[in-house]
Design a protein around this ligand. Structure first.
Ligand code: ADP
Length: 381
């Protein structure tokens, strides 16, 4: 990638006519000249601009001469890399030449300069500058690439860990109903001619465990699909979503004598199916974990900067502080099987859905008083 870029050259001479003649000699379309008529003037310019490819400086100037100016330039961290060519009429004073090299001169030219020679010298430095700029740009794009790669590999490590954990928990949790099924089937085999009553009881366990296994597998499938739904996002009216959710949960609402109220909800850009699933999981949990009171559930909404913020509050059993984050992990349940139905996938799915909508989900809760689940959905999904 070679873009023809401007080469900035600083010309420093107290004699304007000398500057002009240098400009004429060096005139090339991509050379851009800055001119200073004293050492001070040159330093003032260098305070503002540091991207010069080369400085051509007259040695004999009143006040701050070329050598002193060069010394000051060399003392500055930002400027010391800029090559300097001294222009002098004074070749017969070798002492001057020596002092010039100490001050950091790259080269000397005797006035009046030979146009061909100065042109060639400047061209070499211009090329050097171009090359170093190219290297710098390459270094920058390499380090951006490196950062990108590092980020990717961190993501990969994380997703690998998630996958490992997922596989472990999935196989671990599915062992449990499978063990129940196997042991009762074995008991049934032994009892089949003996005691019909026991057989019936064992069959119930087998059927129960099989349903549990089916729920686990379905839950797992849903979970793995939650961030992969192909359908594009559409305009979703959340009032309609909640109406549908309440209709779906009608039986559970009336069986538990639950009261669910919802404020006015917005229209958002989202996946209709997933937003419905999100509300359904949260409202059904709010009813399920009711403790000994009749469930009171309220759904509310607030617009915050860049996000829609929803909340689902209940007056149920609540959640201990230490579990507030872990309940969003897959298969995390806080109660023994049988006390509350469920396989512990609902909230993990909620989390995936919310993250797919560039939002967050969290809970605030007081044990035995109730919980409020909050989630945000980004306006810019
Ligand atoms: P499931 O409901 O199938 O057990 P979830 O992933 O939906 O799984 O919830 C995980 C756990 O979080 C539940 O087992 C329960 O212990 C706790 N939990 C979820 N919602 C509530 C709630 N509204 N009140 C109290 N605890 C809750």
């Amino acid at each position: 990638m070679s873009v023809e870029q401007d080469i900035k050259i600083l010309l420093v001479d107290d004699r304007k006519e000398d500057i002009l003649s240098l400009e004429v000699i060096l005139s090339t379309p991509n050379y851009k000249f800055e001119k200073a008529t004293s050492g001070r003037d040159a330093l003032r310019i260098l305070l503002k601009e540091q991207d010069f490819a080369i400085i051509l400086i007259d040695v004999q100037m009143p006040m701050l001469d070329g050598l002193e100016t060069a010394q000051l330039i060399r003392e500055s961290e930002k400027l010391r890399h800029i090559p300097i060519i001294f222009l002098t009429a004074n070749i017969d004073r070798p002492n001057n030449v020596f002092k010039g090299y100490q001050a950091g001169a790259v080269d000397f030219m005797i006035k009046p300069v030979v146009p061909e020679i100065i042109k060639a010298k400047v061209a070499v430095f211009a090329e050097l500058y171009r090359k170093s700029q190219e290297l710098l740009a390459q270094k920058q794009s390499l380090s951006t690439l490196n950062m990108e790669l590092e980020k990717r590999s961190e993501e990969l490590i994380r997703s690998n860990k998630d996958l490992e954990k997922f596989a472990y928990v999935a196989s671990h949790d599915m062992q449990e109903p499978l063990r129940t099924i196997i042991s009762y089937i074995e008991l049934i085999q032994r009892k089949i001619n003996d005691d019909a009553q026991d057989v019936e009881k064992y069959m119930d366990f087998v059927v129960g465990a099989s349903y549990r296994m089916r729920d686990l597998i379905n839950g797992l499938l849903e979970y793995s699909r939650a961030d992969r739904e192909e359908k594009p996002f559409t305009q979703v009216n959340c009032n309609d979503v909640v109406k549908e959710v309440l209709a779906n949960l009608n039986t559970s609402i009336s069986e538990n004598k639950a009261v669910v109220q919802a404020g006015t909800l917005p229209q958002i850009t989202a996946s209709y199916m997933q937003i419905q699933q999100l509300f359904q999981n949260l409202v059904s949990n709010a009813i399920k974990f009711k403790g000994n009171k009749e469930p009171q559930v309220s759904i509310a909404y607030k617009k915050i900067e860049g996000y829609h913020l929803f909340s689902i509050a209940d007056n149920g059993i609540g959640i201990e502080q230490e579990y507030k984050e872990r309940i969003f992990e897959i298969f995390k349940r806080l109660h023994p099987i049988g006390e509350y139905m469920g396989v512990g996938i609902g909230l993990a799915i909620c989390k995936k859905i919310v993250e797919r909508h560039k939002g967050k989900i969290w809970v605030e809760s007081v044990p035995e008083k109730g919980s409020t689940f909050y989630f945000t959905i980004s306006e810019a999904v």
